[in-house]
Design a protein around this ligand. Structure first.
Ligand code: LER
Ligand code: MN
Length: 267
């Protein structure tokens, strides 16, 4: 398994980001720390200098493990489950542009917080239907680009909190290029048994976020990462373990601590 870490390409309110700011400096630092790749969160691909991103990453043999998309909801409020059809349309078009970006960067697209939060006065079944329709449209743009739905904990999202719910959604969708992103931080809150959930998700695990129980770097909390890695190996997961962690005590230290800790494990 390979290691990457999440970097924001734009300023963002979302806290669990070790790096924001200058992409060139951040990419060089992450490479020098020994990571195998980088995960980019992108609010809007139109804000990116794509040739420059390519030159800093894949052209250097430094892959983009995944593209995070939740900032379009966090910063702009657009989502797949908004009752306003014009806002849903903006969210779908945004994710389609992320699919094009992922195709250029040979990466995959994360579907996490872009699902939105369904307000109390809205019908959750209707919202689920909108999410399915949005996913179906985005996944049909380019069948070679993979989409990874991320179950997120109840304090951040109210659609698809658990791996089981994610697997049911995959079944309803029936698209080979849509799978799951499992995140150890969310799993620690929502899953009855993290290891059984990894086993259940099996070949449908497209990507994996690591953070300890407190969302600090691995080793700062009480999760058993060797056991998690062993279980991922047992389902033949050979993608990235990507650190989505709080920048504590600071971004560079959290990135260093992550790689030191993970490198001591049998990956
Ligand atoms: C949000 O908590 C998260 O884990 C992100 O990866 C969602 O896109
Ligand atoms: Mn995550």
């Amino acid at each position: 398994m390979k290691l990457s870490i999440v970097v924001s390409t734009q300023p963002a309110k979302f806290a669990a980001l070790a790096f924001k700011g200058n992409l060139e400096q951040n990419t060089k630092l992450i490479k020098s720390l020994g990571y195998d790749g980088i995960e980019l969160t992108v609010r809007d691909p139109r804000l990116l200098d794509i040739p420059k991103v390519k030159a800093l990453t894949i052209d250097q043999g430094f892959p983009v493990s995944a593209i995070g998309t939740g900032q379009a909801y966090g910063e702009e409020g657009i989502s797949f489950s908004d009752p306003d059809p014009s806002i849903r349309r903006q969210a779908i078009d945004r994710i389609k542009s992320q699919v094009d970006l992922a195709s250029e960067l040979n990466s995959l697209v994360i579907i996490g917080l872009i699902r939105g939060i369904v307000e109390d006065d809205n019908d959750p079944e209707q919202a689920d239907q909108w999410i399915i329709e949005a996913l179906d449209e985005c996944a049909s743009v380019n069948p070679t680009v993979r989409l990874a739905i991320e179950p997120c904990n109840r304090y951040e999202a109210n659609t698809i909190n658990t791996v089981d719910q994610g697997l049911s959604l995959l079944k309803k969708l029936g698209k080979d290029n849509v799978g799951l992103l499992l995140d150890s931080f969310h799993m620690n809150i929502e899953e009855p048994d993290i290891y059984q959930s990894i086993k259940n998700a099996d070949q449908q695990i497209f990507h994996f976020h690591i953070a300890d129980s407190n969302r600090w770097y691995p080793g700062a909390g009480h999760l058993d990462f060797q056991k998690i890695v062993n279980q991922l190996n047992s389902v033949n997961y050979n993608g990235f373990l990507s650190a989505e962690i709080l920048p504590f005590p600071d971004g560079k230290t959290s990135a260093k601590k992550t790689i030191e800790y993970m490198s001591k494990l049998k990956l």
